[in-house]
Design a protein around this ligand. Sequence first.
Ligand code: ZN
Length: 419
Amino acid sequence: MSGPTGDLRITVDAAGLQRRIDELALISEAPAPVVTRVLFSEADQRGREYVRGAARDAGLALREDAVGNIFARWEGSEPGLPAVGSGSHTDAIPNAGRYDGVVGVLGAFEALAALRRAGFRPRRSLEVVMFTAEEPTRFGLGCLGSRLMAGTLPAARASALRDREGRSLDELRSAAGCTGSLESVRLAPGAYHSFIELHIEQGPVLEHKGIPIGIVERIAGPSSYRVTLHGEGGHAGAMLMPARHDALAAGAQIALAVERAASTSGSPDTVGTVGVFRVEPGAVNSVPFGAYLEIDLRDTRLDTRRRAYSRIRRAAAAACRRRGVRMEFEEINADPPAEGDPKTIESAERACARLGLASLRMVSRAYHDSLFMARVCPTTMVFIPCRNGWSHRPEEYASPAHIASGAEVLAHTMASLAA
Ligand SMILES: [Zn+2]
């Protein structure tokens, strides 16, 4: 293979990488095999310290920003050029496993260490990012670090975030030792030449097809909404049917409208879910006077997601009008989908070909920090198989061989982009 990195002999230390993944898994709020590391918890803090140590062991220079994003850099021979980036997260939802996010941080450290052992000299700097709070556990909003870096979350809105105990992001980050203004987290234009995130697939496709590497060409855009319904309560026996303004019945129609709108949007990638549905007062002999729903609506296309959304709004308004129920419909969050960068995707595919690994172009149905990095630089993701597609549970598993292959693909791709 010709080209600037064609004769590189890269050997990833699969056993060493696995050992690190296992060591980080022991840093958890819950006993093994459960991994729980919620943003700025004591376990998250110790996890961050572990990440710093692993970066130093890989010979990387550390920097941190005001929200706790950790940057580990290998300076290139032309340090003024935009860097080639990689990275992911190490926070974990309650009752999670050891691979989600972690493979993309520790795997990137090992990719850079392997490049160094192979005698590679980067022209562009190579940088690994550990993003703060990819998971929405504490503040109800995921990808805090990457949103602030990309400038899609205004600093004032981030400062106003409160957790369930009423503590603000500013309070928690300063207790964790993060200093500086949230405005300063935003990346300078041209900070990155390109970005590649290594991650477990969190779905069953690669395992079913027996393909070791997925290369992401599109990331679905998530949106979520809260619906509060105000009906009229009453005695389930005494209140006759024509007199009713049943909040649950209106909510049930909305839930079915979500399902219908997602199924008939015109895109097979539209998915709509009502995952929260609470009823007041919640007594068998009482007509529900209140209902609260949360809707999750995602798509790889914005036009079909918008169409589904309009249909849900119209159906909800009609159901509430007919039943005499008052509705508040609020957007919690709506992010557009992201496209993978064709040239970065081709670099990853060439790396797979060089390594003799089959690859498959894929859609990421879960969102990742890459959804926001794609707003500021050419981006793609490298997926590896995980057993049964399981993720966000302690049984999450990816084989050491697949993890090592992912790190090799990452090393070759970053090397060719940085040469
Ligand atoms: Zn993740």
